[in-house]
Ligand binder design. Structure first.
Ligand code: CP
Length: 337
């Protein structure tokens, strides 16, 4: 890393001075440069050191208030942001749509204005509508972090996924990664395409044509599967072919809550063609990493044996989520634009 892009981090105090970070919001990874993603990783390394201490806390965000506002269910994202905020000394308040005044008809904008009025410095939000965090960022002085918006983006998931690969395999440049499953409805896939490609990995998307976005679907029907879009990815409808020699396989669940129905003949047929099994995994590089953002539906997109195999880093992804989200909160607290 050059001097210009270096992030100087003292793990003893977490007095990081991210040379490249100026952002106030994190809405997606498509707005991050490689140097900014590497700044998150380097800061997350320091946060991991903090989390390994006897008292895993630093006062970096003391006096700040982090509010999580979730209009959709979540286990990992919400819990890890809460732990991340507390480990940095922030006050953390969790709000779900159910049980809040949203149930009485309060609009999204009125809700976030209310949260700003009570002192939110940072808002982590998940919403079923793609683009909702962008709208909120225009109405708030607080930093907005997208914790998942519709089918659009899940930036911290992609950052923790890339961080986990980097922890295991080192530099991502030239690494071959296949993302298999319901690409069409997956915000995780879209954010990962950006993060992994920005870091130099070669991404292949694998799904039945009905679970590919229409533009990719048309390309998959062509002979060579190359897609010269931005960023470039390969598209493959045959998992046995897609998995050949790859370094990482990322399985995704069927996002039934976002499907209009009728996209698959049957779950049984889908599982027979697209489930990550031990037989299929054997076609990848020896020791290839198995990843899943969770929640997993074992027996559909991934076999129980693969989910529990030594190649699975699914729990490591969840653990790394805390350090990566600490890094994001820490960097955004110092951002300006
Ligand atoms: N991966 C992910 O976003 O999980 P949760 O829905 O549990 O937050």
């Amino acid at each position: 890393m050059s001097d210009q892009t270096a992030t100087r981090t003292d793990p003893a105090t977490i007095e990081a001075q991210p040379a490249v970070w100026t952002k106030k919001h994190l809405l997606d990874v498509d707005e991050l440069s490689r140097a900014e993603i590497e700044a998150v990783f380097e800061t997350a390394d320091a946060m991991k050191e903090v989390l390994g201490r006897e008292v895993p806390r630093v006062p970096a965000l003391r006096g700040r208030t982090v509010i999580t506002l979730f209009y959709e269910p979540s286990t990992r994202t919400r819990a890890s942001f809460e732990l991340a905020g507390k480990a940095l000394g922030a006050d953390v308040i969790n709000i779900s749509a159910g049980g809040s005044s949203i149930e009485k008809g309060e609009s999204l904008i009125d809700t976030v204005r209310t949260l700003q009025a009570v002192g939110a410095d940072m808002l982590v939000m998940r919403h079923p509508s793609s683009g909702a965090p962008y709208l909120v960022a225009r109405h708030m002085h607080a930093s907005v972090i997208n914790g998942g918006d519709g089918c659009h983006a899940h930036p911290t998931q992609a950052l923790l996924d890339a961080y986990t690969i980097r922890s295991r395999l080192g530099d991502l440049s030239g690494r071959r990664i296949v993302i298999v499953g319901d690409i069409a409805h997956s915000r995780v896939a879209r954010s990962n395409i950006w993060a992994l490609s920005t870091l130099g990995a070669q991404v292949t998307l694998c799904a039945p044509p009905t679970l590919l976005p229409p533009a990719l679907r048309r390309r998959a029907e062509d002979d060579d599967g190359e897609l010269l879009a931005m960023p470039p990815v390969r598209v493959e409808t045959d998992l046995d072919r897609a998995i050949e020699g790859v370094d990482v396989i990322m399985a995704l669940r069927l996002q039934k809550e976002r499907m209009s129905g009728g996209l698959l003949p049957s779950l049984r047929e889908y599982a027979s063609l697209y489930q990550l099994t031990e037989e299929r995994l054997a076609r990848a590089q020896t020791g290839a990493l198995v990843m899943h953002p969770g929640p997993m539906n074992e027996g559909i997109e991934i076999s129980p044996a693969v989910a529990r195999s030594l190649q699975s880093v699914v729990e490591e992804q969840v653990t790394n989520g805390v350090a990566v989200r600490m890094a994001v909160l820490y960097l955004l607290a110092r951002g300006k634009v």
